[in-house]
Design a protein around this ligand. Structure first.
Ligand code: DGJ
Length: 708
């Protein structure tokens, strides 16, 4: 073992102090505000001062909770490792064997020779101040060892007494919910075989009443696209933790001798307010080599425009209209492949349908690219309709168990990517289509939860392999076609996590293009993801998912803040609508360098009728805010609206941002006739400005420019 004892990692205002003095697994002595550089004596002192105390009727040697909490060390909460060797070795007790530090990355190895297990842990503090950790467990014994669960946990202080997480549904993803963080465990399990529309992107513990701008908070994200758990647990020992890991189905963690199981990355963020948490995640994602570098092309997606009604002339007219309003990418959604006339048949038969496309997709692709637009194509590779040639030829490739078929969902079943022949078939088919056509973008869909997700050939559970299989497939396609961008879509936003985003370039936020729903869905999806990674489209005037009718200004000013697109049959729109839409596309193009690189800031005003959303340039030189009237206000005058996130001692000019289309008359006196307010960032954050009284489901945009 090295001499490393107590290690301090520091970045972006965060200190992480790890007790690696052994022999027990590392524990986190501090994860929170930066402590300045502590010398060795101070770090040892911190360990002594922060150590566990002995309590009445407790263990004589009470230990702090380790990053993998151990039953053997006296942790009575959820154990980090649950597993056994045919009933034996049911409780591991690891001892450190090696600690290595390289910059802000710590690698720890540990072993329990008695149980025949070794462990490799990686704990990092990223430049943006995120903690991330993962573990790999190896069976060093001579018989099969079964991992039932391997969770990683980060301690949070006693002061974190409130929990915030998210739930949701198809067309209604990311509803926030709050709870008191009391004794016991708050567990968010997901067994849907995909990340889930109801999955919490983040599980957050904080001081009472924390909000976008205030309160200390600690958050965790479990980066996994299959079954997974995120949890918060407060034990009687005085420790509280937040953590997560994969949820393994029975037998999925069987390790042969020398076999290994690796956990997903668990990400943690400490900071003040939800906005700082988002900033840490956004900066981390933006610093990746794979983060999209080019302006995010304005999309026209055919789904809500034509659904399955694919006709070459109609699609060409739609592409013409898309080009006319300034779109830069045309995406042909579902329905182009063999036998797919509606959602009941064809999934799995990834050949261009000869009936609709006698000359293949060439006439459409050539037309679209001839207009100067990129061409994108929809796939749903992990699925199969029972009514398909693929299912008829390979019924054993369907994810199933027990000589029965799972209940269908949207008339479909899962295709088992754990079967090499099925995986190879998909690779060959998608690769062939990407090779034949000039395709810049894949919309990669996944439209059902898996039930009974088993491997018929082996009789074992198949979701773990399925998840790894889709990662491998995406990785191989990216290797072969590095310029093709891929969108992670899953009935809208049911596959949003940082593991899928290691191999995809954006997510589809939701199947709801209703701007009112979208305001909230985008607001909370942006807790984790920067706006440029979230597809946000202008739908038709009457939303197909709610029946609400909204103005083009409200629909477009809502989509404006994400990766902008259109999902509406604009070949049928009026000339006035098209002209206005072209104005919004132009406005988005002008603003996207700011919107897609700036810092996201938000404010609530203690009620659900109004929300403020903004993006501030990294250098604080400018910002755009959207003041959104979600519902009718109780009061007729909103009062002043504070504009957070600007540089306190810089002077700014605030003006109404000119938007296309009909202009309502506004009631804020300074607002009329091109008026401006000139104030410093401190005053704008603390005093704010009056915004006009608005009707429900309208928004006004404010432009803020530094003038000093
Ligand atoms: C679900 C997606 O979320 C939609 O956008 C669309 O692609 C349909 N699937 C197509 O079946």
């Amino acid at each position: 073992m090295s001499n490393a004892k107590v290690l301090q990692l520091r970045a972006a205002g965060v200190s992480l102090v790890l007790d690696c003095s052994g022999p027990a697994l590392p524990s986190v002595l501090h994860w929170g505000a930066d402590l300045g550089a502590l010398d060795e004596a101070a770090l040892v002192s911190l360990r002594e001062g922060a150590g566990a105390v002995q309590t009445g009727n407790g263990l004589d040697d009470n230990k702090p909770v380790a990053i993998i909490p151990e039953y053997s060390a006296g942790w009575f909460g959820l154990p980090g490792l649950n597993g056994h060797r045919d009933g034996q070795d049911f409780s591991a007790s690891f001892e450190l064997t090696e600690v290595a530090q390289s910059g802000n990355a710590v690698q720890v190895t540990a072993a329990d020779p008695q149980a025949g297990l070794s462990l490799a842990l990686v704990i990092e503090l990223t430049d943006s101040g995120l903690v991330r950790a993962k573990a790999e467990l190896t069976n060093t014994g001579t018989s099969v060892y079964t991992v039932d669960q391997l969770l990683l946990a980060l301690p949070v202080p006693t002061e974190a007494t409130e929990l915030f997480d998210m739930t949701g549904r198809h067309i209604g993803e990311r509803h926030p919910q709050r709870h008191a963080f009391t004794q016991g465990a708050h567990i968010r399990d997901n067994r849907r075989g995909r990340t889930g529309a109801d999955a919490t992107l983040l599980l957050i513990a904080g001081t009472p009443g924390f909000d976008f701008g205030a309160g200390e908070l600690w958050a965790v994200h479990t980066a996994w696209s299959g079954n997974h758990r995120s949890y918060a647990e407060r034990g009687m020992s005085g420790y509280a933790v937040i953590g997560g890991g994969e949820l393994l189905l029975p037998g999925e963690g069987r390790l042969q001798p020398q076999g290994s199981y690796g956990t997903p990355w668990i990400y943690g963020s400490y900071g003040i307010g939800l906005d700082q948490m988002s900033t840490r995640f956004h900066e981390y994602l933006r610093a990746r080599d794979t983060h999209p570098k080019t302006d995010r092309p304005v999309v026209l997606n055919t789904w809500e425009a034509v659904y399955f009604d694919l006709d070459l002339d109609k699609l060409k007219a739609l592409a013409d209209a898309a080009a006319e309003v300034g779109a830069e990418r045309f995406v042909l959604d579902d329905g182009w492949f063999r036998g797919r006339r509606d959602d009941s048949a064809g999934l799995g038969d990834w050949y261009v349908d000869e009936g609709i496309w006698p000359k293949g997709l060439h006439p459409l692709v050539d037309h679209v690219t001839g207009l100067g637009l990129q061409f994108g194509l929809w796939f749903e590779p992990e699925m199969v309709n029972p009514d398909s040639d693929l299912a008829r030829e390979h019924p054993d490739w369907i994810l199933a168990t027990g000589n029965r078929m799972p209940p269908t969902a949207r008339h479909q079943q899962g295709l088992n990517l754990g079967i090499p022949e099925a995986w190879n078939y998909l690779l060959e088919r998608i690769d062939a289509i990407l090779t034949e056509y000039d395709i810049s973008y894949i919309k990669w869909d996944h439209n059902r939860d898996f039930v009974d997700g088993g491997n018929q050939q082996t009789g074992t559970a198949g979701i773990h392999e399925q998840t790894l299989g889709v990662y491998r497939l995406l990785d191989e396609l990216k290797r072969r076609h590095p310029k093709v961008e891929i969108e992670s879509c899953s009935s809208g936003g049911a596959r949003v996590d940082l593991a899928i985003l290691e191999r995809t370039d954006r997510v589809w936020g939701s199947d709801s293009n209703d701007a009112l729903e979208r305001q909230k869905i985008q607001r909370y999806t942006q807790l984790l993801l920067p706006p440029e990674l979230i597809g946000c489209h202008v739908g038709p005037p009457k939303a197909h998912t709610t029946g609400r009718t909204q103005s083009l200004a409200f629909r477009a000013s809502t989509a404006l803040f994400g990766h902008f697109g259109i999902e509406w049959d604009i070949s049928l729109a009026t000339p006035e609508e098209r002209e206005e839409l072209a104005g919004w596309v132009a406005l988005h193009k002008a603003l996207r360098p700011l919107l897609h690189t700036g810092r996201v800031v938000r404010a609530d005003r203690g009620s659900d009728d109004f929300l403020l959303h903004g993006v501030v340039a990294q250098d604080g030189s400018r910002a755009v805010f959207s003041a959104v009237q979600v519902a009718q206000s109780i009061t007729s005058d909103l009062g002043r609206v504070r504009l957070p996130g600007l540089t306190k001692d810089r002077t700014y000019q605030v003006t109404k941002l000119a938007t296309p289309g009909p202009q309502p008359r506004h009631s804020a006196p300074w607002w009329q006739d091109g008026g401006t307010v000139k104030l410093n960032g401190a005053a704008l954050a603390s005093v704010g400005v009056q915004v006009p009284a608005q009707w429900p489901e309208t928004a006004v945009l404010l432009e803020v420019q530094a003038i000093d």
